[in-house]
Ligand binder design. Structure first.
Ligand code: SER
Length: 578
């Protein structure tokens, strides 16, 4: 059994429900492009909302971090990774969490206790030293010399505001050297493998720490790192997790990993992440915006490194790697198989696009690379040849040149501003075609959200939504399949409001005013200080960026086509307007 399965089974036997991984593209949190930690989809529950699966949860979560794209290629960084985690939502706390982690590591994974060390919270003027955690570890057999304490590394928060708490980090001694008696957090032979956060606080905007309704536990273990560590590998890409992918790249390129590590790691990592982004039901396509732009950059950078390895770009090298990744992971993530053709198409189309300009762009770069790359050249490479900035930086680095990144960023922003104004102009000139129907769907979403609270339960909240010109999709928390009566009542209520031709208007207010007015909002802490609230008659109040119709009569007849499960405790409605 691999580590992932062992982890799930261990906590399952301790009464934890296995919850499915949330999508990598968060459906209900516009403030981040991707899910970056196992706990992220669980924030509402850590804040006190009831989770439909109960108070003990375990999962492996797809995560993507792209803030350090240029570090990919080294020994340990990945843009995509899986995080194993177990949670207590107001159930057990420090004692069980620490002793179960210890049991899993020493009994299940058979790690000798002397190879383990931990840190606990050292204490400051707000939160005291975590003596309890210290004593628990000590009683389990971790020697005094292997227990260190810090303040900065032993406090974990999801962001500037929101759930947070002190943590205890667990380290493993990865080296053939003799294990030192004293654990030194600066000694990189000690590698962090697990983080147990005792999430009992909420940090508010002004930095105040207040108690959460529950004392929770949030733990996270980076899967690829721990597999590598336990296999004694310094280079994650030589662990059993990557073996087959690297072997395939060696085969395709006819080159060996040794001597070509950087390019092979980048190809392996970027294609894997591109596969996972493309397979997500959010339907992300390579583009110049948000997640689509990350996807584009990943594919383009992988292509450039394939070229560096003299791989024939026009061959099916990308498809072979993507298929291997789909095969490897589909047992855990069924969407990979389900959306396989979309994944392959995304990569292929982007390859065709980039291939058209790559060669010319490289020539252009050669021409300009007799000196440092100025902002105009970097922008020209981006705008005309589709070179993401990190690609230009990478090419420059190989020649020992600098790039005027600040200058590029200024130009890039100006350019974005221009295209935004252009598209807004179009919008103001009349919501023609696609936009108009999407706007009608958008207002219908608010009505559906409000109707469900009346026809099904006042506790219902939007968990996600997606609008196309053909239909709307609306996800909401609910512990049961809607009955035909509930569906009918919901549909009728929405249509009644449409027939009443209710006026829609918006108001700007402070977040506090919005909350006090009872406006529907999720993740309030992620919004700016001044928010827009849309009112539909007096039936709906929601924080939203718009746009919306001016009267509900413009929406048309509303019809629910389907009601189905979306994920644990989350139902999905697909509806159309006619
Ligand atoms: N939230 C913590 C982390 O991401 C533990 O899950 O490390």
């Amino acid at each position: 059994m691999n580590l992932k399965d062992k982890y799930i089974e261990f906590f399952f036997c301790l009464g934890h429900k296995h919850i499915p991984s949330a999508p990598v593209v968060p459906e209900n949190d516009p403030s981040v492009l991707f899910n970056t930690a196992g706990m992220q989809p669980l924030i509402p529950y850590l804040m006190g909302e009831k989770h439909p699966y109960g108070t003990r949860l375990v999962d492996y979560q797809k995560c993507i971090r792209t803030n350090d794209l240029d570090e990919i290629g080294d020994l340990t960084h990945h843009t995509f990774f899986e995080m194993l985690g177990n949670w207590s939502l107001g159930d057990y706390f420090k004692k069980e969490s620490i002793s179960w982690s210890f049991e899993f590591l020493t009994d299940v994974l058979k790690i000798p206790v002397e190879r383990l060390a931990v840190t606990v919270y050292a204490g400051d003027d707000k939160v005291p030293y975590d003596k309890e955690a210290h004593d628990l570890w000590k009683n389990l057999g971790i020697s005094e010399g292997h227990i260190a304490s810090t303040t900065e590394d032993n406090f974990w928060a999801a962001g500037e505001t929101g759930p947070c708490g002190t943590d205890t980090e667990i380290f493993y001694f990865r080296s053939d050297d003799e294990v030192p008696e004293r654990f030194d957090t600066e000694d990189d032979r000690w590698v962090e493998i697990w983080n147990n956060v005792f999430m009992e606080f909420n940090r508010t905007k002004d930095g105040t720490i207040e108690n959460l309704p529950n004392k929770n536990v949030d733990t996270g273990m980076g899967y690829e790192r721990v597999v590598a560590v336990l296999e004694g590998k310094n280079d994650n890409y030589t662990s059993s997790l990557w073996e087959d992918v690297i072997k395939l790249i060696e085969e395709i390129s006819g080159k060996s990993y040794t001597g070509n590590e950087e390019s092979m790691r980048i190809i392996a990592d970027h294609i894997r992440t591109a596969v996972f982004i493309s397979a997500d039901d959010a339907g992300i396509k390579p583009s110049n915006k948000d997640q689509g732009y990350i996807l584009r950059r990943l594919i383009r950078r992988a292509i450039r490194h394939a070229k560096k390895l003299d791989i024939d770009i026009n061959s099916d090298w990308d498809e072979r790697i993507a298929l291997l990744i789909i095969d490897k992971y589909k047992k855990y993530y069924e969407e990979l198989e389900r959306n396989k053709s979309v994944v392959l198409e995304n990569i292929k189309n982007e390859k065709i696009k980039f291939n058209k300009t790559l060669e010319k762009g490289l020539k252009e770069f050669e021409k300009k690379s007799d000196k440092d790359i100025d902002a105009d050249t970097a922008f020209h490479l981006y705008d005309t040849f589709g070179f993401p900035i990190e690609l230009t930086i990478e090419l420059a680095k190989e020649k020992g040149l600098n790039v005027d990144l600040d200058g590029f960023n200024t130009k890039f922003k100006e350019h974005q501003e221009l295209s935004r104004t252009a598209s807004q102009g179009k919008f103001k000139g009349g919501l023609a075609g696609d936009s108009e129907i999407e706007t009608r769907y958008h207002t219908a979403t608010h009505l559906l959200n409000a109707a469900l609270k009346i026809t099904v339960s006042p506790d219902i909240h939007q968990m996600g939504s997606n609008i196309t010109t053909e239909r709307m999709r609306f996800d909401f928390n609910c512990d049961h399949k809607l009955t035909p009566e509930e569906i009918k009542a919901t549909e009728d209520l929405v249509n009644k409001w449409i027939e009443e031709d209710l006026p829609v208007h918006k108001e700007e207010m402070t977040k506090e005013e919005a909350v006090n007015s009872g406006a529907e909002c999720r993740f309030i802490e992620k919004y700016p200080d001044i928010v827009t609230v849309y009112f539909v008659g007096d039936v709906s109040k929601e924080l939203c960026g718009g746009p919306h119709v001016s009267h509900t009569g413009e929406i048309g007849h509303f019809k629910i086509k389907k009601e189905e499960a979306s994920s644990a405790g989350v139902r999905r409605i697909k509806a159309i307007i006619e």
